[in-house]
Design a protein around this ligand. Structure first.
Ligand code: SAM
Length: 311
């Protein structure tokens, strides 16, 4: 029976945005699954990662909120705590770690993955799922494994929708923080000529390359995945750069994006929780970017931006 490392953050008075942020941090650290307990309003109002509402029975207002995550290998808890420290200022919180036996939770987790229509004609389908597309509907098969990017998360959908908005075909696309590779596959289906997907996490690149096996032969010939820190050292000129990463990391992308993007190219940003939009808009302005379109999906915001015109 497989053993999992469970990391639990326990705290009172967490806002919905904070809960979202913590979930997101967990996934960035490589969580396979997360679960929120005892957060009445959040559970009542918020669609979980799979687009369904949590069971209200897990809401007991007398208890502090618990945000649990399950990891294959124990993550860097010090790193997590450091990130939380600045975000949870003024809140009493603690992190506990324990190990749990597999039981059925992982199977339960897989059951949550359903085909997810993310554009007018594109549906993300779990690799193991028996699915017949309707006429005109196209499928992208994905096994998310331990990486982020099943198509169900609002930030992924924002990225996909923004791609559909700006793509006309023939583009070179850089997908930064590719996770499972999902936005690279989506960009290719929207007509990209060539896509490069990058991730800092070697496990993500392994899963993205694994997912390439399930794609069309055209996709196999026009998508490459590499381990890389944002766009450092990359020299592919691009029509579009898409990045669904947390705001404080995204800002380190702005200079390289400027260097690599063609003059009329688009930079697409996802992963921004509503209360961080001021921060990101200020930084965009500072680095010479202008917002062309701002999109929201539940409490998440995405941007399509271009370089400001000189003069
Ligand atoms: C939220 S996931 C996005 C996955 C996928 N693109 C999607 O939209 O569903 C963010 C990804 O960014 C990666 N990441 C975080 N920091 C990074 C960095 N400095 N350079 C490259 N990738 C990074 C994480 O490993 C993770 O796979």
């Amino acid at each position: 029976m497989q053993q999992w490392h469970q990391v639990t953050l326990i705290a009172n008075n967490l806002s919905d945005d904070t809960i979202d942020y913590i979930n997101y941090l967990y996934f960035e650290l490589g969580a396979t699954g997360t679960q929120v307990k005892y957060a009445k309003d959040y559970l009542k109002n918020t669609l979980n990662l799979f687009g369904t509402l949590e069971d209200p029975l897990t809401t007991d207002l007398d208890r502090p909120t618990q945000i649990e995550a399950y990891f294959d290998e124990l993550p860097d808890v010090d790193r997590l705590e450091k990130k939380l420290e600045s975000y949870l200022e003024g809140i009493n919180w603690q992190v506990e770690t324990t190990t749990v036996q597999e039981e059925n939770w992982q199977e339960g987790w897989m059951e949550h993955y359903h085909p997810e229509m993310i554009s007018r004609f594109l549906t993300i389908v779990p690799e193991w799922y028996d699915y017949t597309p309707s006429p005109g509907e196209e499928m992208i098969r994905i096994n998310p494994g331990l990486s982020f990017g099943t198509g169900n998360h609002p930030t992924t959908k924002l990225g996909a929708q923004a791609l559909e908005m700006v793509m006309r075909g023939g583009e070179v696309v850089l997908d930064v923080g590719t996770g499972s590779g999902i936005l690279s596959f989506v960009a290719q289906r929207f007509g990209a000529r060539y896509v490069y997907g990058y991730d800092l996490d070697p496990q993500a690149i392994e899963s993205a390359r694994g997912n390439l096996i399930h794609q069309t032969s055209q996709a196999k010939e026009s998508i490459e995945f590499y381990v890389n820190d944002l766009l450092k050292g990359i020299d592919h000129e691009a029509d579009i750069i898409v990045a669904n990463i947390l705001p404080h990391i995204l800002v380190h992308l702005f200079e390289d994006a400027k260097r690599l993007l063609k003059p009329k190219g688009h930079l697409i940003l996802g992963g921004i929780i509503d209360d961080q939009t001021d921060f990101i808009e200020e930084k965009l302005d500072q680095f010479g970017w202008q917002v062309v379109q701002k999109m929201t999906y539940y409490e998440w915001t995405g941007y399509i931006v271009q370089l400001k015109k000189e003069g």
